[in-house]
Design a protein around this ligand. Sequence first.
Ligand SMILES: [Zn+2]
Length: 523
Amino acid sequence: MQFSKASSLLLIALLGISAIAQAQAPRPAGPWFGVQPPPQFGSEAAVIVGARTPREANFGAAAPPEFLGATIKKDVATIVEFSRASQASREFGSGQLWGRVSGFPSSAKTIEWAVAQLRAAGIADTKIQPFKQESRASFWIPLSWEVRLLGDGAFGAGTTDVVLESALPVTASDIAAGKLTAPLVYVGAAHPSVLKHIDVKGKIAVQLIVPQGHMVFERSTVRSRTQDLFKRGAIAVLNLVRLPGNERSTDFGNCGGPCFNLGGRDGQFIETVFDRAAQLGLDDKLRAQLTLKTETRTGLQAQNGVAVIPGSKSAETIVIDAHADAWFDGAGDNADGLAVMLALARHFAKPEHRPERTLVFVVSAGHHSPGLNGPRNFVGANAELAKQAVLVVNIEHVAQRNFSPAREVGADGYRHAVADSGEAPIVFGVTNGAPFLDDLAQQGVARFGVNFISDKSTMQSGETGGFSDVKAAKITIMQAPPLYHTTGEVLEVISTPGLERMARFLAFFIAEATKAPREKINP
Ligand SMILES: [Zn+2]
């Protein structure tokens, strides 16, 4: 065969390009293509909390002692300790999951402690109201599990299995016989336009989820895309949840098969390994072994705590609710809200602060455990108090610090998140949009420095849903920062002055609402 001069030159050029490409292709350099392994679970905080504290809550006059940030923070720490005890005692299986979980001792103890605080504040009418799990409901609980990337000598000398410790199975995932091993396939954000080019049959699909703010915003998209992956033949799905740190996260349930969420650092490791493997044509050798033990509980029992401060002029009620249940430490969801509510109860229990309307404080069983809804059971067991309500105030996630991506990137390419000196944005949802209530919120920003979002909102979320039978204005005061429902939401990310700001604002707000004409609250 003869080559023309031109085609010979072309061939040489192509060979040259190929030689350069080969020279540039990364060779396996050490275990796992030389990719730095993810940090051990729990070995570093999800976000950097520097020495600069949030700006002080300074209103000219000193806070009453019950509203001092440090005092409220102590209660937050105590509430978090109930979760830590759940972890230490392995309340659930291996101890990989913990919290203050309704239907279990960790929640019961938290509520008993909170009610003891209300009693100690001098509120005579204080009780614990037990209730049973709805008969049709069941509670799926993961007991122990493992996501293990299987090592292969082709990935570099010394490659051994890597256990991704941030893994957490999402609700109702189950693996037949408790174990499966399969090849991995990376599907990016699992858009249908991408999946039409990828064969996921018989494989564990690895899906990237980049929360726009927090996991709640992604719920419906992730659910439909994951179910699509199973329809296309995937046998399991790993969700790489790109959140700060290497945290376990609970969300994205009912995905249609065995699904595990993975934290940011573990996710970055897998993605980098996939890229290196793909460059060497080894990506089809990546495999994982998943194991999972679960149980499903029915017939559980939970309780609410209820304390009533009778009004000096009216039997009409203002119901103030904070849920006591939590996944993991739950310092923001909702230890801070519960601690702020206890501070308010101590304040209004003092004779000099006696309200005109009756105040009802609900230490709620919460809404995480299926069939054990705190607010719904409160309304059922206290029909008269609920009927007399002119306003419901749900204090839910209120004092977590704000953080954003750091300027610096680590040697492994990971960008940390760092706290700033304020609190994360707080939605102030007013179901009926009453101008009087929105105006009080605006005064909260101006006088107390609470970081409410600038737009008015009729949002009702979390606990507020359980009050649907109460025909009155409902306020939802809620942050939903990135770490919520993850193991990263620890005591250190709670703003001490933020607790004080919120407690003082709410004392003002509730005092105004106790004496406002009914038609201003419910126009
Ligand atoms: Zn919550």
